[in-house]
Design a protein around this ligand. Structure first.
Ligand code: C2E
Ligand code: MG
Ligand code: MG
Ligand code: MG
Length: 282
């Protein structure tokens, strides 16, 4: 009864907001020392050739184990790192670590291995971003053609002219550009055509529509055909079941990622996966 006298939802809402704000603040503080204290690491998820089933490359995904907050998902801490500006230093660490690891993978398993790294728009807007990429390629010894930068659809559609210029400069030196989570944003198709990109990644939410009972997935079909008309390659995200793989193969999708092949794993485990593929092919 007492609750009924309060403005509806008010007390609950404000205390909830408070705890969310508190957690964000604790996270921001904990993030400051995370790199220094070695709390961050990378895991690798295979990018698989749809027709051969063999691993072509990997996407590097960031992991953070905080002594104070425990395991925190990148979905939660990346936005905090972005708004505080720490993503610039963290992103630089990710890029360098991923490039070093890619050099190892190429030496040990597959000379054509490519590494995909997620980049936040905040990094792209940093004045020294382009030079940082070039310098990292130089110090790690990774060829530019073995690096793919992933940017989400909404990010690149934000400041179109300036992004086209920045991405063109990267592409000129041979770096691949991939549009992540494609289909969830609001791309203007005429802009899409002008963007210097190589690849579209179909968001997992559309792949989830493909089920045993209903393989019809009109959005997936449309994205694949759009990509091919624009001479881009297509990656399907979040393939978990055989029926999904069969369907995207039918549609002509070039690559996939998903639990069906493997969850993101550490570098040692990843090499084991690549060796397994090599044995199957031999
Ligand atoms: P994303 O780039 O779209 O990465 C794909 C996400 O889907 C990853 O989640 C991956 O673990 C997950 N995933 C892959 N296959 C499957 C599947 O079959 N089923 C399901 N349910 N999930 C699957 P994760 O690692 O939690 O990363 C979430 C997001 O955080 C990434 O989405 C990316 O936007 C961001 N992120 C991760 N690492 C970095 C980074 O180093 N820098 C930046 N800027 N963002 C990052
Ligand atoms: Mg990605
Ligand atoms: Mg994605
Ligand atoms: Mg995603």
């Amino acid at each position: 009864f007492a609750q009924k006298l309060q403005p509806p939802g008010y007390a609950f809402y404000s205390s909830d907001m408070m705890s969310i704000a508190k957690r964000a603040l604790r996270m921001e503080n904990a993030l400051r020392t995370a790199l220094l204290n070695n709390e961050m690491s990378l895991v690798y998820q295979p990018k698989v050739n749809v027709s051969t089933g063999v691993i072509n490359g990997a996407e590097a995904l960031l992991r953070w184990e905080s002594p104070e907050l425990g395991f925190v998902s990148p979905v939660e801490f990346i936005p905090v790192a972005e708004s505080s500006g720490m993503i610039v230093a963290i992103g630089q660490w990710v890029l360098e670590s991923a490039c070093y690891q890619a050099v190892e993978f190429r030496r040990n398993c597959n000379p054509n291995f490519k590494i995909a790294v997620n980049v936040s728009i905040r990094q792209l807007y940093e004045a020294g971003f382009h030079d940082m990429i070039e310098q990292t390629l130089k110090t790690t010894g990774l060829p530019s053609s073995a690096l793919i930068i992933e940017l989400t659809e909404n990010m690149i559609m934000d400041d179109v002219e300036s992004n086209i210029e920045k991405l063109s400069k990267l592409r000129d030196i041979g770096v691949g550009i991939s549009v992540d989570d494609f289909g969830t944003g609001y791309s203007s198709l005429s802009y899409l055509q002008r963007f210097p990109i190589d690849q579209l990644k179909i968001d997992r939410s559309f792949i989830m529509e493909i089920t045993q009972a209903n393989v019809k997935a009109p959005i997936v079909k449309a994205i694949v055909s759009l990509a091919h008309d624009l001479e881009l390659s297509v990656v399907a995200e979040g393939i978990e079941e055989q029926v999904q793989l069969d369907h995207i193969r039918l549609l002509g999708c070039e690559e996939y990622q998903g639990y069906f092949k493997s969850r993101p794993v550490n570098a040692v485990e990843f090499e084991r996966l690549m060796m397994e593929d090599l044995r199957k092919c031999a």
